[in-house]
Ligand binder design. Structure first.
Ligand SMILES: [Zn+2]
Length: 409
């Protein structure tokens, strides 16, 4: 059997088209509720005839971190993307990792294209296209975002007239349509034989806004299911996972439960330390840059254990790891994280200071991610697992094994 290699892993070239879907922010309860309400009949059939289980994502449970892991097949320690932002140790500046130059290894998308696959990578957010889509178009593949689908050109995106091919105009980025469009675009490419190795990655706007029971999100999942059906009908093996889960982060009155870590530490230890919120991105309406993991950078390393002890004693903070521990236990790259890595509880977010976060954008309460409680995500595959894959699934399978699963079933 022919195969291709990427980052030390071997993937057999599948005999049929494959479509790997990363449903952004899709905690398993979204799927359970939608299936129970009869909104996802095609996904329910996949679970029945193929496989449905849970896989562990990478921490921090953020979008870029996990999408980077999924397209490389390796942990953040290897690919280096440990958040949207990091503090450059050489310059002392906060840097947004919005280009492929921050990634430390190649993707399996370019490897599959080199092996002759017709690769298509479609995302909702333009930032993911720029961070992860490098090299694909040069190898004859197609890469675009629904956010800027109308800017897609043959030379730069591998496709002209994308909206005409898909049959729909560009959707609004702050909408469920931005995600549905990604899957519909993938389905159109598969139906027309323009792609046979697809990675489709959505945005979590809807999941930040709505819990699993909301009629709006049930309607959203019904449309996602219809698009999955089109991919299946086009002959694709479909493998669906998520980058991270999503939890409400509010008190019983509906107000966000926030611990302002930098503000707290400045009060106790003085100003010679900084907190980085690596969830910060240009799409702040989603979460106000508040998630369940932050990095603490100290000017004076001698106070590290005192700071760690102080933070661990705070109600709502669940884990305080040193840089070395985070490298070992969270598989993070040592030069892209803080002296301390702080994780908060299921219903708690951690931030910088009250001035730094605009809570007014969070109408209707906060739902967010980033921490340990958004680490476990679903994996659904349209074909049954082989005995080898069953053993993998019974152990500690990862969301970034999804291409391994999809190529081996
Ligand atoms: Zn996400």
């Amino acid at each position: 059997m022919r195969s291709f290699e990427a980052n030390g892993r071997t993937y057999p070239l599948p005999s049929n088209p494959i479509a790997v879907i990363c449903l952004d922010g899709c905690a398993d309860e979204y799927l359970s509720t939608a299936i129970a309400c009869g909104k996802m009949p095609r996904l329910a059939a996949m679970a029945r005839e193929g496989y449905r289980g849970m896989v562990r994502g990478a921490l921090p449970s953020f979008t870029n971190v996990n999408n980077s892991s999924i397209v490389t097949g390796v942990a953040p320690r290897v690919h280096g993307i440990c958040g949207n932002f990091f503090l450059n140790p050489e310059t002392g500046e906060e840097v947004m990792m919005n280009g492929p130059e921050f990634r430390r290894c190649g993707t399996l998308l370019t490897a599959a294209a080199d092996a002759g696959r017709k690769v298509a990578f479609i995302t909702a957010k333009e930032k993911l296209r720029t961070v992860l889509g490098d090299g694909v178009v040069e190898r004859g593949g197609i890469v675009f975002s629904s956010e800027k689908v109308d800017e897609a050109k043959l030379a730069t995106h591998g496709i002209d007239d994308a909206t005409a091919i898909i049959g729909k105009p560009r959707p609004e980025i702050y909408s469920g349509d931005a995600s549905i469009y990604v899957l519909e675009a993938g389905a159109a490419l598969a139906e027309q034989g323009r792609a046979d190795f697809l990675y489709l990655s959505t945005t979590d706007f809807m999941q930040h806004k709505f819990g699993p029971q909301a009629p709006e999100i049930l309607d959203f999942h019904a449309k996602i299911d219809a698009a999955i059906g089109r991919l299946l009908d086009a002959g694709c093996v479909v493998a669906l996972t998520a980058d991270h889960g999503m939890n409400a982060k509010n008190d019983s009155a509906g107000n966000p439960k926030v611990i302002f870590v930098e503000w707290l530490l400045h009060g106790k230890f003085g100003k010679k330390l900084r907190v980085i919120c690596p969830i910060t991105d240009p799409y702040v309406v989603h979460h106000g840059a508040l998630g369940s993991l932050v990095m603490v950078h100290l000017e004076n390393p001698a106070i590290r254990s005192e700071v760690a002890e102080f933070l661990f004693a705070q109600s709502g903070i669940t884990e305080v790891l040193t840089r070395e521990q985070a490298v070992e236990k969270l598989e993070l790259a040592p030069d892209r994280i803080g002296d301390l890595v702080i994780l908060s509880g299921r219903d708690v977010v951690v931030g910088k200071s009250p001035e730094h976060h605009d809570l007014s954008v969070l109408k209707g309460g906060l739902r967010s991610h980033g921490g340990r409680y958004e680490e476990m995500v679903p994996l659904v595959i349209s074909k049954p697992l082989t005995p080898e894959l069953c053993r993998l699934a019974e152990g500690d399978p990862r969301n970034f094994d999804v291409f391994h699963f999809a190529c081996h079933v």
